[in-house]
Write a protein that binds this ligand. Structure first.
Ligand SMILES: Nc1ncnc2c1ncn2[C@@H]1O[C@H](COP(=O)(O)OP(=O)(O)O)[C@@H](O)[C@H]1O
Ligand SMILES: [Mg+2]
Length: 206
């Protein structure tokens, strides 16, 4: 079993979008996947409820009320969808329990200030284990001033930028029907799937 958590204390930055699509990627690769929803709003679990049984299967469960972390051992991958406001000792415990942490950030000056505090805390608390953290820039238009500012901003942290995912209704449309960009028909979201390549390599490498 390997585990990846998607976290950022800000809401609406794309945690659930990343977590559900990651689960969909692994499932379509033939891996067994558990999607662990840590959010009381249970968006990931509600999404699974819409998922057609004929699609690659994803098992979901809610763990937002667990006092002690216990990740299932059986699946090939556990994908954890963290809630907004997730920080402190509980975040630290989960950071230790997983193999990889992905932090979605959006190119807004307001979000960057909040994200800066979060990244500083991670750097301080994690020390030598920082290597397992990666950033995903969400809803990025590379031509914009905001994208340039995000680039500048990320240079201050020794955390790799693993993907720039464009803003597109494709994510919204697949989410509405319990799907991911990795579900068939595969030609449909080709351009977006390509943007995940580096992130997926980073996850799969030992
Ligand atoms: N790359 C994207 N392009 C367009 N819409 C997106 C993208 N990523 C996320 N969204 C939308 O933004 C909203 C918030 O995303 P969500 O994944 O729920 O964030 P979080 O889990 O961090 O609160 C959702 O409606 C989602 O469909
Ligand atoms: Mg969410």
């Amino acid at each position: 079993m390997r585990a990846v958590m998607v976290a950022n204390p800000k809401g609406g930055v794309g945690k659930t979008t990343l977590a559900t699509n990651l689960a969909g990627y692994f499932a379509n690769k033939g891996r067994t996947v558990s999607l662990c929803d840590l959010d009381r709003q249970q968006s990931s679990l509600r999404w699974i409820a819409f998922r057609d049984e004929r699609l690659a299967s994803i098992t979901g469960y809610y763990a937002g009320n667990q006092m002690l972390i216990s990740l299932p051992r059986e699946p090939d991958w556990v994908v954890l969808d963290a809630p907004a406001g997730f920080q402190g000792y509980k975040l630290d415990d989960y950071m230790r329990a997983v193999d990889r942490v992905i932090i979605p950030v959006v190119p807004s000056i307001f979000d960057m200030a909040a994200t800066e505090d979060f990244l500083n805390t991670l750097k301080r608390d994690l020390g030598g284990r920082a290597a397992k953290i990666g950033i995903v820039a969400m809803r990025i238009d590379p031509r914009t001033r905001a994208a340039g500012m995000l680039d500048e901003f990320l240079k201050h942290f020794q955390i790799p930028l693993l993907a720039n995912l464009r803003s597109t209704q494709n994510y919204v449309n697949v989410a509405a029907i319990g799907q991911t960009i990795f579900d068939p028909p595969h030609a449909r979201n080709k351009r977006d799937v390509e943007q995940w390549a580096q992130l997926l390599n980073w996850l799969e490498e030992a």
